[in-house]
Ligand binder design. Structure first.
Ligand SMILES: [Mn+2]
Length: 362
């Protein structure tokens, strides 16, 4: 059978000569003959079908190595290999679509309400209540909190002269855009990024106004995606989990007293009256770049979380907190009751409580 010149073959296959040269170089479509003197390429008419297939697979975005491998397969085996390739692409695309839609919302800062509606397949939701009180001894409330369907956060600002309020508000506003559908594999990245962003904001504020130096904030934030929960924590705000009637403190205070306790230098009794019990080892302050503690949890129907500022545990015993968490079913009443206990305890500090129950949808 007469061979075709590369010009003829290009016209017949609808490919450019440049593409044919590239396919040859890549080993995707080898000419039937190359003239040893001129270097001209010649193709057999029977290669037209393969040339079109290569062009199609390229348009599909298939990697060159896979196209090359398909060249050696029978049509039936090639079809099977293509089907397998395509289902991989669709799987990857679905997870990238989820990530992209989260990032578009996160970066544009557009109202999270647009994207935060529960997806129909979601089996769990969250029922929450927030209470914050200035307490009986302070002139300002430097605590800040946020609660939504997917994000719960408590921050306790320090620094006085309104600086503490500024710092706690800054970290809460950096976190707020996360109250949306975050892919579960990205929960900790998203929390880490938002905390870093808050750290950057504080750094800029201190640079612009050195009198703010020394301000800072704690933060304890819980972010849920379906049945996964990510937790970020820095400072002495706390998260507790109530499961099966038992109460667990799931964050560790970044305080001098906690590290003395950990090293066995003091007893829990001594800790509760230690003169340095309010001294923080780590906080977000725009200066030290402390990384938050990050952890994963499974959301289980029936679980209850408490996020609270130190105004609660500074003057209410673990037993009393636990009794309310286990004994008061309604989150609203439980949050109310916890704040009341802090007031009964003298209300020495601002106190903020978020009580959140994981409940089945419907
Ligand atoms: Mn406090």
């Amino acid at each position: 059978m007469a061979l075709m010149s590369s010009g003829e073959f290009a016209r017949a296959s609808g490919l450019t000569r440049k593409a044919l040269r590239l396919y040859d170089e890549l080993g995707l479509l080898t000419p039937a003959r190359v003239d040893p003197q001129s270097g001209y390429r010649f193709y057999a008419p029977a290669q037209l079908e393969q040339a079109r297939l290569v062009a199609w697979l390229r348009r599909l975005g298939m990697p060159l190595a896979s196209i090359r491998a398909m060249g050696a397969l029978s049509p039936a085996a090639a079809a099977e290999s293509l089907a397998a390739y395509w289902s991989r692409v669709e799987l990857e695309t679905a997870s990238r679509r989820e990530l992209a839609s989260f990032l578009i919302g996160y970066l544009s800062g557009k109202d999270a309400d647009m994207t935060s509606a529960a997806s129909p397949e979601e089996a769990l939701t969250i029922r929450y209540a927030v209470r914050s009180d200035i307490g009986l001894a302070r002139a300002d409330n430097e605590d800040a909190a946020y609660a939504g369907d997917r994000l719960l956060a408590v921050a306790d600002g320090l620094g006085g002269h309104a600086a503490g309020e500024v710092a706690s508000a800054a970290v809460i506003s950096a976190l707020r855009p996360l109250d949306t559908q975050v892919p579960s594999g990205e929960l900790l990245n998203a929390l880490g990024h938002a905390v870093q962003r808050a750290e950057g904001t504080l750094r800029e504020m201190v640079a612009a106004n050195p009198s703010l130096r020394g301000m800072g904030t704690t933060v304890t934030a819980l972010l849920r995606s379906g049945s996964r929960i990510g937790l970020a924590h820095i400072g002495d705000t706390r998260a507790y989990l109530v499961r099966g009637g038992e109460v667990f403190q799931i964050t560790r205070d970044h305080t001098v007293v906690q590290s003395l306790l950990d090293s066995g230098s003091i007893t829990p009794d001594e800790a509760s009256s230690h003169p340095q019990r309010f001294l923080l080892l780590q906080a977000l302050d725009g200066e030290h770049d402390y990384a938050p503690d990050l952890q994963f949890h499974d959301a289980v129907a029936g679980d209850r979380y408490l996020l609270s500022s130190d105004g609660l545990h500074a003057c209410v015993s673990a037993e009393a907190i636990g009794a309310v968490l286990v004994g008061v079913a309604d989150p609203d009443e439980a949050a109310e009751e916890l704040v009341k206990l802090a007031m009964d305890g003298g209300g020495p500090d601002n106190v903020t409580c978020i009580v959140a129950d994981i409940v089945p949808v419907g």
